[in-house]
Design a protein around this ligand. Structure first.
Ligand code: FRU
Length: 489
């Protein structure tokens, strides 16, 4: 083991042990200590789910990237494992950037990740290359011949400076991976490579690109079949807002749904949608569970706002709740993993016709799973519905539904933040079969809102003191609703 990796392991074990559990969310993974960004190497290996992450143990800001590591059997309770990779070889001296994992036929776990390498005399001149590390699920040995995909394998026009985030899979006796790059026109491109052994790779084709839409550089691609479609997930930098309000500007996440002809290696894009409509969601990665579910996890932060975010703990950054992906009416939909139901306690169910303001006994807290179903068909005179949470005299975050516009407004400007960052998001929300459902999951400062059983999802962080625990409902005009509230424990 290199000195750098050993040092990181000793440091994180000591510092991590000093962080009390109540300083962390209940079931959203946070770094053992220091900084976390993208999920990496999300996989199921030898009876447990493994999630690695972009990691700088020594500070709560981004720094030379390591890979942190945690495991879980229920996708909710995580155990830390020792730091898996440190930037300790020529090929990755400037950082071990994002990548993925796959089990080899011999049972070894392979990590394919981006090494950042000094390319010129000045430290700013760097190239990105794809590197391989092989291990047993805890300790990994980097290939002496790294990089396994060097810049010589870039197609014409591909950028050696932006060439990263390989997603690897094994299929039909061969390894395949997609990697992002940026072309001479500043367009993100997704490259497909193939290999017999994960060491000798050849460039096959470009699967898709920005096409002057959906941002510029595309980061962190994922590529997999889901039901009768093939999905390409990407995280574009420098998105422009779309005129219909579906895509917001800045760092975005986009799902491209289409068909894949494996033999010809041709991806045909058919539909495009945002993956998440919130303020804090980036770089998602998926795995297939042993029971066949496609589960996604993402970094629950935003590069645009992260540097000024308050540092309240010895850790910074977190992952979303893992979510099950499925298709409905041609859209990618998401539900919290069903394992979450094992945390349900103190269930309260109410059926009401609300006209004005209401607070229900026992419906409060910051660790909860609350579903409100609005019977829109039976409530023609309802003009507006508002759900407030993480609320007290001083703070509140709200979600407001307007039946007239079939639109949902999320507003965290009153959450207690002192930062001038985006606090509002609008998304389409039309009743399905006469009903609109809002499922709100709160875990401390982490909020995830699932609209219409996962048709649209919004992830956001709140900056609200823990004692603001209130939940209130408001309707302008009579509204028939059902509410199911669980405390999460
Ligand atoms: C996305 C990203 C990746 C890169 C990593 C570096 O958030 O920029 O493209 O590999 O973070 O930490």
């Amino acid at each position: 083991m290199s000195h750098k990796l050993e040092e990181a392991r000793i440091y994180e074990a000591r510092e991590g042990a000093a962080i009390p559990a109540h300083d962390r969310p209940l079931f959203h993974l946070t770094p053992r200590t220091g900084w976390m960004n993208d999920p990496n190497g999300f996989c199921y290996y030898q009876g447990a789910y493994h999630l690695f992450y972009q990691y700088y143990p020594y500070d709560t800001v981004w720094g030379p990237m390591h890979w942190g590591h945690a495991v879980t059997t229920d996708l909710l309770h995580w155990d830390y494992r020792p730091c898996a990779l440190a930037p300790d070889t020529d090929a990755d001296a400037k950082g071990c950037f994002s990548g993925t994992a796959v089990t080899a036929p011999d049972g070894k776990l392979l990590l394919l990740y981006t090494g950042v390498q000094q390319a010129g005399d000045s430290p700013e001149e760097v190239h990105q290359l794809q590197c391989l590390a092989v291990g047993d699920g805890t300790d990994f040995v980097k290939e002496a011949a790294n990089p396994v995909i060097g810049t010589d394998l870039l197609p014409e026009g591909g950028s050696a400076v932006d060439f990263r985030d390989p997603k690897i899979w094994y299929e039909d006796g061969r390894y395949h991976c997609v990697v992002s790059t940026r072309d001479a026109h500043d367009q993100g491109r997704i490259l497909l490579y193939e290999s017999p052994d994960a060491r000798r790779w050849t460039y096959r084709t470009t699967l898709d690109s920005c096409r002057w839409e959906y941002g510029k550089m595309w980061e962190c691609p994922d590529f997999f079949p889901l039901e009768d479609k093939q999905l390409l997930l990407v995280s574009p930098q420098e998105m422009e807002a779309s005129p219909d309000g579906e895509f917001h500007p800045g760092f975005g996440t986009v799902a491209l749904l289409g068909r894949y002809d494996k033999t010809e290696a041709r991806f045909t894009r058919e539909a495009v949608q945002p993956i998440d409509y919130g303020t804090d969601f980036y770089a998602p990665q998926t795995l297939l569970t042993p029971d066949g579910r496609r589960v996604m996890v993402a970094w629950m932060e935003n590069w645009a706002t992260v540097n000024e975010a308050p540092r309240r703990h010895k850790w910074f950054g977190r992952m979303t709740l893992p979510r099950e992906l499925f298709l409905r009416d041609g859209r990618l939909c998401q539900r919290p993993v069903r394992e979450l139901e094992t945390l349900w306690q103190n269930t309260i169910t109410r059926r009401e016709t609300l006209d004005g303001d209401a607070v229900y006994e026992g419906v409060a807290g910051r660790r909860l799973d609350l579903t409100v179903t609005l019977d829109a068909a039976a409530s023609p005179d309802c003009r507006r519905f508002t759900l407030c949470f993480a609320e007290n005299d001083r703070y509140r975050t709200r979600v407001e539904w307007s039946p007239l516009y079939n639109e949902l407004l999320f507003d965290r400007s009153g959450c207690g933040t002192r930062r001038d960052i985006p606090h509002l998001r609008r998304l389409k929300a039309a009743p399905q079969n006469g009903r609109l459902t809002l499922r709100l999951i709160l875990d401390g400062d982490c909020l995830e809102l699932f609209v219409n059983d996962g048709q649209r999802v919004l992830s956001a962080l709140l900056d609200t003191p823990a004692e603001a625990e209130g939940i209130s409902l408001h309707s302008e005009g009579p509204l028939t609703l059902e509410l199911v509230h669980h405390t999460l424990h």
